[in-house]
Design a protein around this ligand. Sequence first.
Ligand SMILES: Nc1ncnc2c1ncn2[C@@H]1O[C@H](COP(=O)(O)OP(=O)(O)OP(=O)(O)O)[C@@H](O)[C@H]1O
Ligand SMILES: [Mg+2]
Length: 224
Amino acid sequence: MGWGTLTGKLVTFEGPDGAGKTSALNAIVADLQPRLGDRLVVTREPGGNHISEAIRAIILDRKNTMMDDRTEALLYAAARRQHIVQEILPALQNDQLVLCDRYIDSSIAYQGAGRGIGEQAVYDMNQFATKGLTPDLTLYFDVDAAVGLQRIQTHRQNEINRLDVEALSFHHKVQAAYLRLLADHPARIKRVDASQPLERVVQQALQIMTAQLPAYLGTEGKSK
Ligand SMILES: Nc1ncnc2c1ncn2[C@@H]1O[C@H](COP(=O)(O)OP(=O)(O)OP(=O)(O)O)[C@@H](O)[C@H]1O
Ligand SMILES: [Mg+2]
């Protein structure tokens, strides 16, 4: 709806903080890059463009603790919109496979459920931003919220941002919303057991991608 014919595919990586999305994405890219070359595009919200990065910096600034919940949701949607227009859309029009670290489901889970704005309200508001651009496949990295936070605390002491320091109850609400999305969209969202060692997580994610995206990752010519 709304974007014309898009021959590429959009795959999003979702899950609670510290689930291992970025770690898995990096390993998946290392695996796929030799096969796909320029057909593979890797991005993350807010994207590499100046406008989205500037918006993101406002959201994550620890000085902005007074930020209103809906302001935050609108800023995420604004950054998403610019990322789509400048980076995701051109790739999808160009027949590329786009792997994106976080997308609309993050807003539904974090702002809709975590902040309590309401999942439907955040979904509706994001339709304005995305004009209905929905991922072809979403990998949900499923790990208990406490485990994800523990991973971050153990490994990334100096990188903890304003959102990471929210109370555990916030992260449990986020996780519950993700599980509702998983149940409500079984064709689009596939579960990866992210409690496993990273190597297994990557293996499972690649299996799902290969099954769901045969035109890009079909067994023909696949490395062992
Ligand atoms: N399967 C795993 N088992 C144990 N530790 C892991 C696993 N995957 C990732 N980690 C470690 O957990 C930490 C968080 O991983 P990563 O940054 O990939 O998570 P993320 O889902 O991208 O988090 P965020 O939502 O904050 O971006 C890292 O230090 C990483 O090395
Ligand atoms: Mg990450």
